[in-house]
Ligand binder design. Structure first.
Ligand SMILES: Cc1cc2nc3c(=O)[nH]c(=O)nc-3n(C[C@H](O)[C@H](O)[C@H](O)COP(=O)(O)OP(=O)(O)OC[C@H]3O[C@@H](n4cnc5c(N)ncnc54)[C@H](O)[C@@H]3O)c2cc1C
Ligand code: SF4
Ligand code: SF4
Ligand code: SF4
Length: 506
């Protein structure tokens, strides 16, 4: 469904909705996609705000573009998802993917400069050198204010090297993508950004915008959120009595770490949490679920990154770089702690975002980025058509340690627990298990920490019934029971199954 509004002059344009719902409500993350996509150059990002250069309703009678391609509108979400939906694995925490591996740049000097394994920099440098693409959109640090990202169109390896490392403030990379097409005439562009940046580019593609065909590959970064630049820097400079020019580097571990020439300041997250952008609070995507390749930290391993390969194009490009000796890889299944942390972080972000979104919808009457908005189609689908029948259960008497090993092997995060008669008694999830203290994991049985709430649906009910029950109980999955034998499980339906069903409608 297209959302457009009638302007005073009688024309139908989307800018008014963008302004009201996104810009004025504080949900803009300054990606610049609206500026890049506007057909009459009516929008411009200036500093930390969006400016309307002229009233586009004088040029056009109908235009839904800026609102629809904004990553914080509900439009085009499911169509955007189709770019990854052919991947063989679908996971409720991580989205669709082909493979997850650990990776690092083979060059140790690069690893020293990055916040992780310098995988992104190595892949981009390799791609430019081998002419796999003709340019890359990256975010350098502003010379006079190194905390501030400066998006750029990188043309040579040195440009890419100058952007190594993460900057935790908004970067207008989608605008830079537009510049690469219009200003530099580039036709084969690599793009790096956080999940909402990647979503903006995918929406342009779903919209079939004329600049979207120039995108060759997207590398998405994991992201918990970005900070509002001026308010956070003001807080830091005042509280810690330093000048902006003193800041050499910022890092994020369990604390926000600021390195100056003379000092290292470690700020506890609760102190600065209120400077995280409002959109980040309702953002469900931790791992850039729509990227060709997603990259994030491999905590607790130093010098390594976690890489989620989602598309065939991403897989071919990544393994080409590996075969040419640019990247080392390692199997994540050998590092269950990395996998556990990844899944827990992704689930936590999703859960907290959904909770927050519910509260925000009450305040604003509108919800920024909530997948599964387009639910009408679910009413026409029977649960028996979409449920997974091959259910993997776990017995109540295995230990938490055994359960965590099983999660690392199977890549699923939630399982029904069954008793000695194979009857379901509850759920065990990775999140519950990882809350058990490490020293207690060998002596705690999953039956002891089971979630005893079993929410049921039946095969003849609809996918919409399943969705409503999940929302009502704030859970991500329901069990399908046999009406004739209420202790017999026939299948399972997850939110990812519902999403998958909806993507197939397009
Ligand atoms: C705002 C933000 C939040 C993050 N939060 C997490 C997290 O919670 N958990 C986690 O595991 N990982 C997080 N990451 C990702 C992580 O910090 C690394 O970027 C990622 O692991 C890639 O590491 P690398 O060594 O391969 O990248 P590098 O080789 O160092 O390359 C980093 C690339 O990131 C790009 N970049 C830097 N800052 C920005 C920005 N603000 N916007 C767009 N692109 C940018 C640069 O252009 C560069 O090409 C976050 C990144 C950002 C930018
Ligand atoms: S994209 Fe440009 S022309 Fe279209 S509604 Fe938005 S501001 Fe107006
Ligand atoms: S498209 Fe990007 S810059 Fe434009 S309003 Fe949306 S978030 Fe802000
Ligand atoms: S948390 Fe989401 S909305 Fe916020 S910067 Fe990251 S991807 Fe964008």
């Amino acid at each position: 469904m297209r959302i457009i509004v009638e302007s005073k002059s009688g024309s139908l344009i989307a800018y008014n909705v963008l302004e009201k719902r996104i810009i004025n409500s504080g949900f803009c993350t300054l990606c610049g996609a609206c500026e890049a996509a506007c057909p009459v150059s009516a929008i411009q990002l200036g500093g930390e705000k969006i400016n309307r250069l002229h009233d586009c309703s004088k040029d056009l009678d109908l235009c839904p573009i800026c609102y629809e391609i904004c990553p914080h509108s509900e439009a085009l979400l499911l169509r955007s998802l189709s770019c990854v939906a052919d991947a063989p694995i679908k996971n409720e925490a991580l989205g669709y993917y082909r493979k997850i591996v650990l990776a690092q740049a083979t060059d140790p000097k690069l690893r020293e400069q990055s916040h992780g394994g310098a995988v992104v920099t190595s892949l981009l440098t390799y791609g430019i050198e081998k002419k796999a693409f003709d340019s890359a959109i990256v975010s350098q640090a502003e010379p006079e204010n190194p905390s501030k990202p400066k998006p750029m169109v990188a043309l040579v390896p040195d440009d890419i090297l100058s952007a190594i490392g993460s900057k935790f403030f908004p970067s207008s990379v989608a605008r830079a993508y537009g510049r690469a097409v219009y200003g530099y005439g580039k036709t084969n562009i690599a793009f790096v950004g956080v999940p909402c940046h990647v979503l903006a580019l995918r929406k342009m593609n779903a919209w079939q915008h004329k600049i979207s065909g120039n995108l060759k590959i997207t590398i998405g970064l994991f992201c918990f959120g970005t900070f509002s630049l001026t308010p956070l820097l003001e807080h830091i400079t005042k509280t810690y009595k330093i000048k902006l020019s003193d800041i050499k580097r910022m890092r994020l571990s369990s604390k926000f770490v600021i390195e100056t020439e003379k000092d290292v300041i470690r700020i506890p997250m609760p102190e600065i949490e209120n400077h995280i952008l409002p959109s980040c609070r309702t953002c469900t995507d931790f791992t850039s679920e729509l990227a060709d390749i997603s990259v994030g930290s491999a905590y607790p391993l130093k010098d390594w990154s976690t890489v989620i390969i989602r598309t065939k194009a991403g897989e071919d490009f990544f393994y080409n770089a590996v075969e040419n000796g640019v990247i080392n890889t390692w199997v994540i299944e050998q590092e269950p702690k990395v996998f556990e942390r990844l899944m827990v972080a992704a689930m936590q972000k999703r859960r907290e975002a959904l909770k927050e979104a519910k509260e925000m919808e009450e305040v604003y009457g509108y919800l920024p980025v909530l997948l599964l908005r387009e639910t009408d189609a679910l009413a026409n689908i029977k649960i028996e058509e979409i449920m997974t029948r091959a259910i993997k259960t776990v017995p109540q008497d295995i230990t938490v340690s055994q359960f965590l090993e099983l999660v690392a092997k199977r890549h699923h995060i939630a399982y029904p627990i069954v008793n000695e008669n194979s009857e379901p008694i509850g759920w065990i999830t990775l999140e519950e298990a990882s809350r058990v203290e490490k020293q207690m994991r060998n002596v705690t049985l999953v039956g002891q920490i089971a979630i005893r709430k079993l929410v049921a649906v039946y095969p003849e009910e609809t996918a919409l019934d399943a969705f409503k029950r999940m929302s009502e109980h704030e859970i991500g999955r329901v069990l399908v029971f046999d009406r004739a034998n209420p202790k017999k499980i026939l299948g399972i339906v997850t939110k990812t199954d519902l999403m998958h069903t909806l993507t197939k409608q397009y």
